[in-house]
Write a protein that binds this ligand. Sequence first.
Ligand code: NAP
Length: 484
Amino acid sequence: MVSRVIPVETFDLVIFGGTGDLARRKILPGLFRRFRSGQTPEGSRIIGAARSEIDSDGYRVMIAEAIAEFGGDEASDSDSLAAFLATLDYVAIDAKGDGGWADLAQKVRSDVVQAFYFSVAPSLFGDLAERLHSHKIATPDSRIVVEKPFGRDLDTARALNAVLSTHFNEDQIYRIDHYLGKETVQNLMAVRFGNVLFEPLWNNHYVDHIQITVAETVSVAGRGSYYDKSGAMRDMVQNHLMQLLCLIAMEPPSRFGADEVRDEKLKVIRALQPVAPHHIVRGQYDAGPDGPSYRNDAENPRSFTESFVALKCHIANWRWAGVPFYLRTGKRMKARSSEITVVFKDLGHTIFEGDTARHRNILSIRLQPNEGMDLQVTIKEPGPGGMRLIDVPLDMTFADALGADAEEVTDAYERLIMDVIRGNQTLFMRGDEVEAAWRWTDPIIQGWEARNDVPKLYDAGSTGPEDAMMLLHRDGRKWREVKG
Ligand code: NAP
């Protein structure tokens, strides 16, 4: 198999919040993997920046420990690790003060690609953007990367966009949603727009309904105080599930360019109809044999925040009129499993005897675990005894199909960071997309608040509240099994 990797130019990447959890757990181990696979150009540098008063050697020790903890087997390659650590530098800086900025200005080169990763609380975005300019560090070609959460409603998202756009153009701003960096998510576009097979069927004539499930087994313990102010709608649906919905439902863009793709995604969000209250189920996990309740984990005994959401929505356009999209996400569920499922309609007429409804084509796209896709097709059960039909999956688990070790399938963060260096915004959210997503989400959350809506309790380790099952049962459908 011949693969062509688009080359990356030499870069200086400054990670504000370079001592934080995200930097240590995801960003730097990801960058190490890229370095190790030879995809970091000679002379590129990574500069950590945070308030902690450590020197560059101290930072290298910190990152070596982080890679040992979070970097998997590759961390044992000590030669590569030493070479990678030599590319690291550190500046002690306060986003809210002027100390350290002159030092940073000296270190960042203006003749290489400059990227600034804002891996800090969003309340610091404005300070960072402003100081990058007042200290004459940023150039019109610099890129900034910002993390979720991008606002907690439309007003706050608008305010953040306004702060960033004071100093940077939209084509310099990379809003990360790491779901978009997953191999499968991009493969979804390859499958839809690179094959003749699927696109003719991708509409309300042939699709019965679509399900998107992002089930997590983790609790909110350890980040309860943040999560309790957010909830599943803000933390997962407004961004990750919405992005997946856009990619599955969008019209074919005229070319695979950043604005062409994002224009089509935006049209999907704008075509989303408001969701009726009886088409949404909110849940909160209860205590179980292997863990405490949400309220305990969130350290808020009176919390009404949802750790689970299931909803049914519709996209008002010609392609999808009448096709329900069922979205579901939750914490402390039975298994860790993210999957998009396209359930095709029954045959209009069958020549075979028996229950044809049992034999439907189903395309499932797994984001985790075992990234891949399978297409359920109906065949004859082998052997004698007449024409009995069975469903079999045409399985394409990427690790098997491509001969790759599952661990080698590129991590979303490293892919996205390299896209920033390449200047490719296709897999990043544009400001108008984020605002449109909040415009759809806000009335749902405001409705809950106005009604003092109490989430339904569900057993930890289950598939969510019973009402979520009923959401589909009422329509004569059922959720795909959540299995890890
Ligand atoms: P964190 O562990 O609290 O780290 C925050 C970082 O910001 C630290 O390096 C901290 O270092 C630095 N910092 C705080 N105040 C600063 C200031 N005034 N000036 C300069 N640096 C300052 O947070 P995190 O979990 O890494 O999250 C970072 C961002 O990513 C947040 O926006 C978060 O919502 C987002 N995010 C995180 C995750 C995750 O898995 N952790 C996932 C998705 C999104 P000092 O204390 O040394 O200054």
